[in-house]
Design a protein around this ligand. Structure first.
Ligand code: PEP
Ligand code: MN
Length: 357
């Protein structure tokens, strides 16, 4: 991907680039109401999902192509560019025919090379030169993300961007999708010309996380933000917990701090952000490990087994220390960390034996 270009001519290449609009197009009135307010606040690119990928059947799957005339009206009335999600050949053909200005490939689709290739082939046969944004796949696989970008690039699309929308994780977390910032940061390191856009709406999954995530993204050098905005978020047909009104969006955008791009301080801030996010992941993992330890404690109690089984402990130590050394870490350091974790697990299991939990 040697010749990745910027998405738009310079007058649209603002920093940060802002794409906003509802998760889904629901009705002409909702689309136009939202778009008019966004345009009044200076937003230049309008997003709306026409086809919605749903985890389970039975949910709102998008209005389909009846929504395109609404997007055309948005463009005609407000001058905003329009963007929508495509997941197969037919989507690409219909969206291009309808005059949509920007396409994005959703997370579930970019995890599927067959689907991405089908989209790339459709783009290639259309001969159309349209900016395309590729969301990260749902699973934290940088190579799969890059593969999707390459398929689109090889179809002749050089105005290419990546959207970081976080990665799925099992269980309940602060975020709807874990940011794992080191993954988009590595993508940026490998492809410095690729436009990087953060989607705080899908990472956070809730309104109150949009402002801090947006700031964090700008601090890490992202070029833009794609944020879900709806004229009446509480009544949205999809993703209502994470949508904000155009007014709230305007407040957030106006409070974002654009840091001076002094190279040294910026790269230090970036590294610190990575440390912050890795530490959070470490806490999550430790917490999960302790929960499993307590489960084991209950099992041992029920089966009258002793808390500490020396053989098992030695085996854990040896295997983990060897694995850590293979990764280039210091064995002694790992022994200290593992012993502390083991000690805490034992303490928690003893509490269970004593009936404290
Ligand atoms: C969306 O942008 O509305 C969407 C469906 O996002 P994702 O593919 O990131 O889940
Ligand atoms: Mn959404």
């Amino acid at each position: 991907m040697k010749d990745i270009q910027s998405l738009f001519p310079s007058e649209l290449n603002e920093h940060p680039l802002v794409i906003a609009g509802p998760c889904s197009a629901e009705s002409e009135e909702q689309v136009l109401n939202t778009a008019r307010q966004l345009a009044r606040n200076g937003v230049k690119i309008f997003r709306a999902g026409i086809w919605k990928p749903r985890t389970k059947p039975g949910g709102f799957e998008g209005v389909g192509s009846v929504g395109f005339p609404w997007l055309a009206k948005v463009k005609e009335e407000t001058g905003m560019l329009t963007a929508t999600e495509v997941a197969n050949r037919q989507h690409v053909e219909v969206a291009l025919e309808a005059g949509v200005d920007i396409l994005w490939i959703g997370s579930r689709t970019s995890a599927n090379p067959f689907a991405v290739q089908e989209i790339a082939d459709a783009l290639s046969s259309s001969g159309c030169d349209i900016p395309v944004l590729v969301k990260n796949p749902v699973n934290p696989d940088l190579e799969l993300w890059i593969g999707a970008l390459q398929r689109v690039y090889n179809a002749g699309i050089h105005r290419l961007g990546a959207i970081h929308r976080g990665f799925s994780a099992y269980g309940k977390h602060i975020y709807r999708n874990m940011p794992q910032w080191h993954i988009p940061i590595e993508l940026r390191r490998r492809y410095p010309n690729l436009t990087m856009i953060c989607d705080p709406s899908h990472i956070g999954g809730k309104r109150e996380l949009i402002a801090p995530l947006s700031q964090q993204a700008l601090d890490m050098g992202f070029d833009g933000l794609i944020i879900e905005s709806h004229c009446d978020p509480d009544c949205a047909w999809s993703d209502k917990a994470q949508q904000i009104t155009p007014e709230v969006l305007d407040v957030i955008l106006n409070t974002l701090v654009l840091r001076e791009s002094v190279v040294t301080t910026e790269s230090l801030a970036l590294l610190r952000r990575q440390i912050d996010s890795l530490d959070n992941e470490l806490l999550e993992v430790l917490n999960k490990r302790m929960a499993v330890s307590r489960e084991i404690g209950k099992y041992k109690k029920e089966h009258s087994m002793p808390v500490v089984q020396i053989g098992r402990h030695d085996e854990i130590m040896q295997n983990r220390v060897r694995a850590a050394e293979d990764m280039g870490m210091d064995g002694d350091f790992m022994r200290i960390v593992l012993s502390a974790i083991h000690e805490e697990s034992v303490r928690q299991q003893i509490e269970i034996f004593n009936g404290k939990q």
